[in-house]
Design a protein around this ligand. Sequence first.
Ligand SMILES: Nc1ncnc2c1ncn2[C@@H]1O[C@H](COP(=O)(O)OP(=O)(O)OP(=O)(O)O)[C@@H](O)[C@H]1O
Ligand SMILES: O=C(CO)[C@H](O)[C@H](O)COP(=O)(O)O
Length: 683
Amino acid sequence: MKQLFIDPFFAVGLALRLLLLFAIAPTAATIWYAPFIDSSLSSFSLDPWRVFLANGGDAAAFPYGYVMWLALLPLSAAAKLAGLPVIVGYKATLLCADVAVMLLLQRIINCTSRLLLFAYWLSPLVLYATYAQGFNDLIPVAILTLALLLIRRQQFALSGFVMAAAISAKMSMLIAVPFVFVYLANNWAFSADAWTYAKGLLLGVAVWCVPFLASSAAMAMLFHNPEIAKVYEAALPIGSGFSIYLVPLAYVLVLYAEWRFRRINFDLFFATLGIAFLMVVIFTRAAPGWYCWIMPLLVVHQARGGVQAIVLSAIFSVAFVCGSLLIQLLSASGGDAIQIGVWSIAVGEELGRHLVSLLHTAMAALGLIMAMQVWRQSVAANDFLRLNRKPFIIGIAGDSGSGKDTLALALGDLFGRRTVTQLSGDDYHRWDRQKPIWQVMTHLNPAANDLEAFAHDLLALADRRTIQSRHYDHASGKRQRPTRIAARDIIIASGLHALYLPICRARYDLSIYLDMDDELRRHYKIRRDSGERGHSVEHVLASLEKRAKDVARFVRPQGRHADLVMSLQPIHPLMLAGDSSISPRLKLSVLTRKSLHEMSLARVLVGVCGLHVDLEIDDDAEAVMMTIEGETGPEDVRLAATMLFPKIIEFLDPKAAWREGMLGVMQLVILANINQSMIRRLI
Ligand SMILES: Nc1ncnc2c1ncn2[C@@H]1O[C@H](COP(=O)(O)OP(=O)(O)OP(=O)(O)O)[C@@H](O)[C@H]1O
Ligand SMILES: O=C(CO)[C@H](O)[C@H](O)COP(=O)(O)O
């Protein structure tokens, strides 16, 4: 923040503002807002609208609620006390709101100070609407921006309360409310929070808005406001004197587009809300102050869209100022001449109207181009939507007891049940445990499994189709009745042969082979099969021996095809001696064939998780081998993930369960690979 204030361009913007503040006495502020505030300072009442009207004030002067009034009072009162005109306090309040909007946007958008200064602080749009014209829209915009920041920070009740304050400051901020509810309903992480938000909003309405509704003078001033009717002016006649109103129509369509996202993140919500404001503004004969409503969108667009967006936004802003000036100069002469001081160029009423219409058309065209750019950049390229269209598929193969289910569960607990579909290879064993065929065949033989059905179901899920699958119950050794498995955004296909068929391998976005140390696997398998699957220790040992040939023949070769080979080993083999109930300390080696993030990953594993990491990169950088040792807790792993992949974190379940130790590290490594696969898809 400090950097922002010491930047020379901040000083330039501030100087321009002060110059405009001193040089111009804006009409709206002079004839409406300042007299209203002055009236309530002279004879203070909790119903300032009544007092103002009773004293013969203009009914158009202050169609705003308590929050606008309260926001304007302190500095206006200070000005009056200091013997200055009230309008000085009014203008000082606008300056404060202006700085507040900029600082809040910086928190939401996270862009450089320089960009923010160019996109916002030096924007001709803000300078003209606020300081040359005196409109107070930056006050509700500042409050709305605060409400949006609170949503981003997941402080929903407070955000609702603040949103009601924004509406009280200016009723048009109501535009944002349906968008917030659709965002909360469509963001699976927050759907339960919609009610929390609603409670905050209701409380805010009770505090900020109900007293206003109870004042008949306030209501009279609100309904006297000619601005409200403007949104119905753009209309398509449909005969018999009826019309279709274009602004409400465009608004509903943008809201529908947001609802259709099914799954939405904050960036998408922010972009669609900005587009909704843009639609209202460009299709209405809007007062210059309304253009301040789209400033958050313009700043985000410039921050994300690069030079093209900056140029378009600049053209849009300059066109807006020229258009508004022309309209003002025309209306000063009654509409048939462009009047500048004593100079007057006659254009005739018809040409004057034509010129203004042309300017509105240019503004609408630029606005629509901008909306399309925002759509392309924020909406179409958003990873949330990409996952919506094409699920991310992870294949996990490995020998029995190598930890496939454990890992799949750990990933499922990260992304959440509503995001993940698990497809287990065990459900495709051809025969129940009791069948005599197992005397001559092991489960590791591909022929013992219906791999064709496995591949078929994987492809169906990848195509977002629901499948029917019969779960293999390890407690009874029998396959269950078929159940429906729905396709979700992340599909985890695990099994002894998950990487066996080329058609499956080709479909995975990330393929993993678990190559657990043999002794460790034996240790775990004995513990699990005797504890959970009803086998005797002798049976497990005999089966391990019987399976050894098939492991070498059918399972291990799959490791060659994996993007990631993970191998858990005990720190010391002696740790496994004797008692099968002990949990040995582990180390993990990871071979990555699609390397990208290993350096930063290693740095964070050391710096944040306190682990020891060895990194080996082969000469042609085709593979990276990382060996990781030490103890770490779930909180450290979570922190490491937040630092490394802030974007991916949005995909996770709000109650994402991070594991401790090496399993947590495996979660992190896989997240790094998912992140990287997504980056590759974007390229
Ligand atoms: N990363 C790990 N950390 C600690 N324990 C693990 C880990 N992975 C596996 N285990 C232990 O090994 C046992 C076997 O793991 P799991 O059931 O996940 O293997 P699997 O590959 O799915 O086996 P199967 O193919 O036979 O179903 C688990 O019960 C668990 O106790
Ligand atoms: O290798 C295995 C799993 O990958 C199991 O041995 C196979 O699924 C059979 O299970 P169970 O022993 O419970 O009948």
